[in-house]
Design a binder for this molecule. Structure first.
Ligand code: ADP
Ligand code: MG
Length: 246
């Protein structure tokens, strides 16, 4: 078996008066689609922030590609291919699609000016890579949520990404938009990129993921191949209650 892309062991992250992650083990393989499930406050976003170097856990080991990282900074996480799409997408609403995409390239360089043609070229390339068409000259703030999300995904894929993390990506999408997102997730997997998908919607988890990891109160309470879960068993793990129907 190949080495995991990322392996976290015994991760504990505390906030004043509470333990957001309690001795959690978590790993993801290259090109694997994993759903991280759990009720509000169960520690999902905290895990993402540990993975992306935003929070430093009080305890635990982080191993990327078989190499232990003593302290993972946000820069190191990006260099190792972790890209996170947050619920607000972190785009500039008053800039155009092309400018948003080109800016992420330019921020990584010591450049101060970009001209419109160059921004368009970079933006077009990024959208083409994703196989979507969006007006490059539209202000991002004027786009639908689904299109803004596509711009955020296109931007994430401009870097050498190996793990794309999406925090509750379907919250504001219609059924049709969710189908389009899932088709894209499968294409992203086909490029060899792993996808970690945070959700608490059963139908979505069962449809898109290959493996499901369930958190409750900061602990990992269930984990396994998606085929081994049912809506009932997921609910039971998430809530700790047997609601019947199995
Ligand atoms: P989820 O994403 O599963 O809803 P979170 O990881 O955001 O859960 O939060 C887990 C717990 O940690 C919650 O009780 C939340 O209030 C707490 N928490 C998260 N971030 C912070 C923070 N920066 N400061 C204090 N408490 C936090
Ligand atoms: Mg969250």
């Amino acid at each position: 078996m190949q080495a995991p892309l990322i392996e976290l062991t015994s991760i504990t992250k505390r906030f004043p008066g509470m333990t957001a992650l309690n001795n959690v083990d978590f790993s993801i393989e290259p090109a694997e689609i994993v759903c991280l499930a759990g009720e509000n406050g169960s520690g999902k976003s905290t895990l993402i922030k540990v993975l992306s170097g935003i929070y430093r856990p009080e305890q635990g080991r982080l191993v990327f590609d078989g190499e232990e990282i003593a302290t993972l900074s946000p820069r190191e996480a990006i260099a190792r291919g972790v890209q996170v799409i947050y619920q607000d997408f972190s785009l500039f609403p008053n800039l155009t699609v092309a400018e948003n995409l080109a800016l992420s390239r330019f921020l990584g360089e010591k450049r101060q000016l970009m001209n419109r043609a160059e921004a368009r070229r970079i933006g077009q390339e990024a959208l083409d890579r994703l196989g979507v068409s969006i007006d490059l000259e539209a202000e991002v703030g004027s786009l639908s949520t689904a299109d803004r999300q596509l711009v955020a995904i296109a931007r994430a894929l401009m870097s050498p990404v190996r793990l794309l993390v999406m925090d509750e990506p379907t919250t504001a999408l219609t059924g049709r938009e969710i189908d389009r997102l899932f088709a894209l997730v499968r294409e992203i997997k086909a490029k060899g990129i792993a996808v970690l998908f945070v959700s608490h919607k059963m139908r979505e988890m069962l449809e898109i993921s290959e493996r499901i990891v369930i958190f409750r109160n900061g602990r990992k309470v269930a984990e396994g191949s998606t085929a081994d879960f049912t809506e009932g068993s997921i609910t039971k793990a998430m809530t700790g209650q047997d609601i019947g129907g199995e």
